[in-house]
Design a protein around this ligand. Sequence first.
Ligand code: CTP
Length: 430
Amino acid sequence: MNLADKINNLSSEINSIIKKAGNLADELGVSTYLVGGFVRDMLLARKNLDVDIVIEGDGILFAEKFALVLDAHILRHKRFGTAVLTLPNKIKIDIATARSENYAAPAALPVVKPGAVYDDLFRRDFSINAMAVSINKHNFAKLLDYFNGLKDLNEKKIRILHKLSFMDDPTRLLRAVRFTERYGFSLEKLTRRLFNEAKKLNMLHRVTKHRVRDEFILMLKEARVLTMLKRLNKLYGLTFIHKNVKLDKNADSFLKDLDRLIKSFHRRFPAKRVLDTWVILFTAILDGLSLEEVRKICYDFALRRGDTKRIVSYHQEYKAILKELLQKKALSASSIYRILEPLSFEAIVLLMAKTSKPDIIKRINEFLEAHNGIKLAVTGEDLKKIGFVPGPHFKEILTSTLHAKIDKVIKNKKDEIKFIKEHGSRHMRG
Ligand code: CTP
């Protein structure tokens, strides 16, 4: 089958990359193929800016030459014979040496050897991800479909290539759920049976935690993450994260509220930073666990320090924060600011989903709409001009002035200077 039409339908940038890769392949005399998710999405007419290329030959050498042709940034992984080229227009090109893999033990890392494109396709997860398209001139756009991937795409099936696939690489259990829900496909019968067998053997517990983490985070970043989590919960459960993690009705409605709030946050505050959705959802999934358990999960998964901090501090503080925000007495705008400003936006969205109290929601909304990000017109330089000697009290003077501004006691720079002249010396020591 020839896919020239499909290639022509891709964007002109991607088209030109494919043609240039084909020309270079001819010059170097190596057979070169588009593979994996890129081919799958091309056949589904879905946009994909990650071009996957496999070389029957030296992938690194090809990548180095191709980086010069495209003037692209190159990152080499010599051990694996792979390289990634990045272009300024967000297009990423993964280049790999065709290789075969052998798994010495279930869930272990494979032993990798150079091979032909067939071997490279056979080591892959599902038939829909195991097709290749030749891009050399003499057989340009020819589809190589050894495992009936095209048939499975048409029949909307996720099918593994051999019986030991989930044993070799149990993270494929997560991928199977991700792809079925992303594309609205279902697990093919034998694949489903082998999925269940792998589940019975607790295969996801056997993989190193960081590999599970990477795959799970990919799921949490998907657009249809909620249906994926539900499906994963049904097919496998979430105890691979921790024995006490489960998705019950409460968790389900918490996640739905979060999903709605994340979307509304992005709609209402386009100028604020884009939320790390996966951090919010990961935090929510750990709802109900003890602080020690949350800490241990972050440690076991080797999450980055900043992510761990956001997740742990939410679990540590949310009850106290909600209590403070629920106070009956009138809270000044600056008091609310003092409570909420130190929190991440992710934690704030979690707080909103956690509470059903309209008073709290109102206070958080006021903070987000009017006070978060508010700045003074005066600076430390102005303080010096007024006659203050620099020191730690500068921060205190500026903070109390900012609070006065938030409470609308002062409005413009003139007011700020007047306020500082009247109140600033309170912060001087000695
Ligand atoms: N792959 C695999 N087993 C895994 C991970 C990846 O066989 N555990 C193979 C698949 O053939 C996949 C390719 O490596 O198509 C590239 O992996 P990745 O970039 O993670 O997947 P994509 O299919 O490109 O998926 P996505 O659309 O989510 O980027």
